[in-house]
Design a protein around this ligand. Sequence first.
Ligand code: ADP
Ligand code: MG
Length: 718
Amino acid sequence: MSLNPTYHSSRQLLSTPLAQVRGVGPKVQEKLSKLGLCTVEDALYALPFRYEDRRSIQKIANLREGAQEVFCGEILAVGEAVTSRARKKIFEVFVADGSGQIALKWFRYRRDWMKKQFQPGRRACFIGEVKRFGSVREVHHPDVEFITDGVRPEDALAADPLSFGRILPVYPLTEGLHQKTMRKIMQQVVDHFAAAAVSPLPQEIRHRHNLLPLGPALQQAHWPEQNASMPTLEQGRDPARRTLVFDEFFFLELGLALKHQGVVLEEGIPFQVNHRYTKPLAGMLPFKLTDAQRRVLGEIKHDLMRPHPMNRLVQGDVGSGKTMVALMSALLAIENHTQVAVVAPTEILAEQHYLNFRHWLEALGLKAALLSGSMTAGQKRQVTDSVRSGQVHLVVGTHAVLQQGVDFKRLGLGVIDEQHRFGVRQRGVLRHKGQKAPHILVMTATPIPRTLSLTLYGDLDLSVIDELPPGRTPVRTRVVFESQRERAYSLIKKELDSERQAYIVYPLVEESENSDLRAASEGAELLQQQVFPDYRVGLLHGRMKSDEKESIMAAFKDRQIDILVSTTVIEVGIDVPNATVMMIEHAERFGLAQLHQLRGRVGRGADQSFCILLRSERCSEDGVRRLQVMAETTDGFRIAEADLEIRGPGEFLGTRQAGIPDFRVANLLRDGSILEQARKEAFELVNNPAFLTDDSYQELRQALLDRWGSRLELASIG
Ligand code: ADP
Ligand code: MG
């Protein structure tokens, strides 16, 4: 591959170590590296987190309360006072400019130094936020620039353009690194290197979205233009920042688009829709599909009929009826003489799916099988044999089971339930199970905000079931202090006495030495003996053997158990509509997504269900916020948004496992609409045949290789 000189030399210049920039000695270099800044490029993309408007000097009389203002004046008087309440010392300076007076206050200061600096008669410029206490206006801890005697303030300010007369960047700092030093370094970097930054973003796209060239964008993001609007800057809607965010998203989406295309263009199995099984099933169901289920099924059908494999994510809140969509899709595959594999994240869920699928398949004269870790080798062989011979139409299992030596006669569809439980890679395993690439349907109940799912599952097509089946009553949720747990018990008893069942969830299996968590096993015993002696209490936890788990679940389903005490193993997919109350111990220790999943186990029938969140007296602020969100809404998408806000996208699903890229400039919470625009452009470009061949796209292809490298298997695009 021949390298384009512009792009190549730009890359080289930007990788210049910061140590080579004027003003960066070893000490400063070390501080910068603490901020993650090592090269010129790092620094260029370390954007200010806010700006200060120092374009004009205000008269003291005109200072606006609540605003960051710049004003000049003469020091009238200086003194120390003591606060009445906290008995802390305050250093006060009174300043006047002919229009009015204002007080400046310091709460932390070195007295001798302050006294020497702030002498009556000296003049200075001040920058800070103006506050009002009663009739008194004051500024706390202002920035101060003293003015030499005899010099006019305007001239003094003009002599220091790094501090005055413009909109100034405010950078994140580390200990011992001052804002002024940082600004100086950044100015050096921007002046000398910003122009070297070039983006291979195609010009027509740049024009279409009113973006700047990369160099000026970087320059203005650090040092906004003189006529820039502060509100626009504060909201991150200025052209400079929009350009940088678009650029960042565009390259991400371009990579995803190529990956998507690579899969999409594979040879698949085109299905025909003949309704041989789907129609009779529709007749047997005790309910009608919701509009959302039907719309999503339509999208799936459209994919299945194409000669390329489907690769679709169905996202639907807990209880939205994803299983029915999977069943219908499975029947379409079986109608086309292919087999179906259903992968579930836990043995319990696999078992439940199996019972459910088998029920409907048998009614249609079809055969379903379960592959479970607890089966004997002989039982397993029997199943794998009948899968290989094609006798079995649909096989359900956990991922581990499907991986080992299960071969299909003709695999047409792979369904992966609760994708969030798996890494993203596992999809690939299923894809190679058939002679021709099977269609893949991924289902998740994790209500990932759209912006996040576009990046997380960017190479999948997305369908959303955004409607619950009718007649559901939202779960009523209460936060109860541990000290009032008796109230929780009496609510549970009331439900049990009306022939209902209950879940009680604990965070851990066994009490660990340094934790005060109540263990589920201990809890179960205590509950059975002391609290609910007249009811049947069962225990389910992750360290049980899978046949033990299965028999407990079956007993709960059959109402042989009234109260199921459990760890979070019941979090996913379990469907027992007669359970109408759930109590969660130490609810403040759970994440929002997990609480939502857990709560989704109740409220599955038409009757009112309850969720009791038991909280400790002591509870972190975030913990309180999470419980509040749970009490306020049952809408999974709103819960997910709140979760994203509380935790930030990086932690939302665990960065490493989920493969969410770290963004330098973009903010997923704020920049969702730019992400969608960039995605659209990227996917359109990849569909344009010229993209892979035309010389004008060569820099772009090179940039993609640099950024994605081997992860994309992009050898073909060089
Ligand atoms: P999830 O999306 O969480 O996997 P399920 O597929 O387990 O949800 O469905 C939850 C419950 O709703 C099941 O009991 C299922 O039978 C029922 N259900 C599914 N679709 C409908 C519908 N269209 N109308 C009424 N009930 C439905
Ligand atoms: Mg489900």
